[in-house]
Design a protein around this ligand. Structure first.
Ligand SMILES: NC(=O)c1ccc[n+]([C@@H]2O[C@H](COP(=O)([O-])OP(=O)(O)OC[C@H]3O[C@@H](n4cnc5c(N)ncnc54)[C@H](O)[C@@H]3O)[C@@H](O)[C@H]2O)c1
Ligand SMILES: [Zn+2]
Ligand SMILES: [Zn+2]
Length: 373
């Protein structure tokens, strides 16, 4: 491919370094650009181009907003540079592919994984795509993301999934992140088993994804905890046997009542604040598993003075997306119906309003929002 000499490379800080190619003749698009904590705008910027032969450029059809984007906007991830296009979820159509992409071609319909993976490095070979030496979670974090009209996807062969004709695109947007996250970081790491008693702290889209996928293993009791009554009501519809509004009742006391003083076999943390992790520490049964999902911006107290003798495990995980192909089948066969998590739909140009709705979820009765291009 010919590389114009009028291009100049603008290096960006952080690793991996991802220079953005700026050409005076480059075509333009609109995108949601982060300008530091609390500041963002929907603005005109450069349309991405193929930079490596393993890249694809995808025209976004549908994208969404993650709780992690809210953490970025709060300043919990200060390493995100000003000028970054946010977003790591979506479905789209391939606009262009680099010469080394063999699984996809222009016009193919794809799900974009929130994790980019080369499929070849030591971590990828271990199934730990999240720590791919050349990728991992970079989209909308270290490189420009999906809350845009177009996005560049590195290592397209391993980071995109083909969408069969006639599929429900909105359901598949949930495969980019929330379903593998709830399942891998929450359910698998939490070792949920038949008959178990589990607590899921946080009834946002990720907590709901853990709720839906935990039921593959038929736990006997599922306690959903949040401060938002509307989300708790939805959790009941999706299979929670008990719900607790922790801003109105004492969650520890209530869980101890439900579990006859034993605590829960698995406590899944799907919020990302110290109080909710500490709640998990307070309710875990002997031999139990605390599975952290939340992105944390502050340190949390580890209560070893009570936990040292309890035979518990604590796990953390950045979603690897290794279960995406399996989850894809469960969505296609309607064993789970994640599109039911969608409460609001916007045109992509209304993304500022969509952020506002997702941020004020209780007032707006919002769960997952869809942005359509
Ligand atoms: N580990 C990973 O790979 C990974 C991937 C994706 C998302 N995440 C993280 O998962 C978490 C959840 O994401 P989401 O999209 O569902 O976010 P969200 O913001 O929509 O949901 C968080 C929920 O927590 C509730 N909450 C807030 N404070 C609480 C408290 N003190 N007690 C009880 N509930 C409280 C809110 O009402 C809300 O319903 C976030 O921290 C996100 O960054 C992690
Ligand atoms: Zn996310
Ligand atoms: Zn890799």
């Amino acid at each position: 491919m010919e590389k114009s000499i009028s291009h100049k490379e603008v290096p960006t800080a952080g690793k991996p370094s991802t220079p953005r190619i700026v050409s005076p003749t480059a075509s333009k698009m609109h995108a949601l650009v982060y300008h530091g904590a609390g500041k963002k705008s929907w603005e005109q910027t450069l349309k991405p181009v193929i930079m490596e032969p393993t890249d694809a450029v995808v025209r976004i059809l549908k994208t969404t907003i993650c709780g992690t984007d809210l953490h970025i906007m709060k300043g919990d991830l200060p390493e995100v540079e000003e000028g970054r296009i946010l977003g790591h979820e979506g479905v789209g159509i391939i606009e262009e592919t680099g010469g080394a992409v063999s699984n996809f071609k222009k016009g193919d319909h794809v799900v974009i994984s929130c994790v980019t993976s080369c499929g070849k490095c030591e971590f990828c070979k271990k199934g730990m795509y999240s720590h791919c030496e050349k990728g991992g979670w970079i989209l909308g974090y270290k490189i420009d993301g999906t809350q845009a009209e177009y996005v560049r996807i590195p290592y397209a062969d391993n980071s995109l999934y083909a969408i069969p004709a006639g599929s429900d695109e909105e359901a598949l947007v949930m495969l980019s992140d929330i379903l593998p996250t709830g399942f891998e970081c929450g359910v698998l790491n939490g070792q949920v088993k038949p008959g178990d008693t589990i607590a899921i702290v946080g009834a946002g889209p990720v907590g709901m994804a853990a709720l839906l996928t935990s039921q593959f293993y038929t736990p006997a009791t599922i306690i959903s905890i949040d401060q938002d009554d509307n989300r708790l009501q939805t959790a009941k519809i999706f299979g929670a046997t008990h719900t607790i509004n922790s801003s109105k009742e004492n969650a520890v006391d209530k869980i101890m009542q439900i579990t006859h003083g034993k605590g829960v076999d698995t406590a899944i943390e799907a919020v990302g604040v110290p109080a909710t992790f500490e709640l998990c520490e307070a309710i875990i049964a002997a031999g139990g598993h605390i599975a952290n999902i939340g992105v944390h911006g502050k340190s949390v107290s580890l209560h070893l003075e009570t936990l040292w003798s309890r035979n518990i495990t604590i796990t953390t995980r950045l979603v690897d997306t290794v279960t995406t192909p399996m989850l894809f089948k469960t969505v296609q066969s309607k064993r789970i119906e994640p599109q039911k998590l969608i409460t609001h739909r916007f045109k992509i140009g209304q993304i500022i309003e969509a952020y506002d709705t997702f941020e004020h979820a209780e007032k707006e009765k919002a769960l997952k929002v869809i942005l359509e291009n």
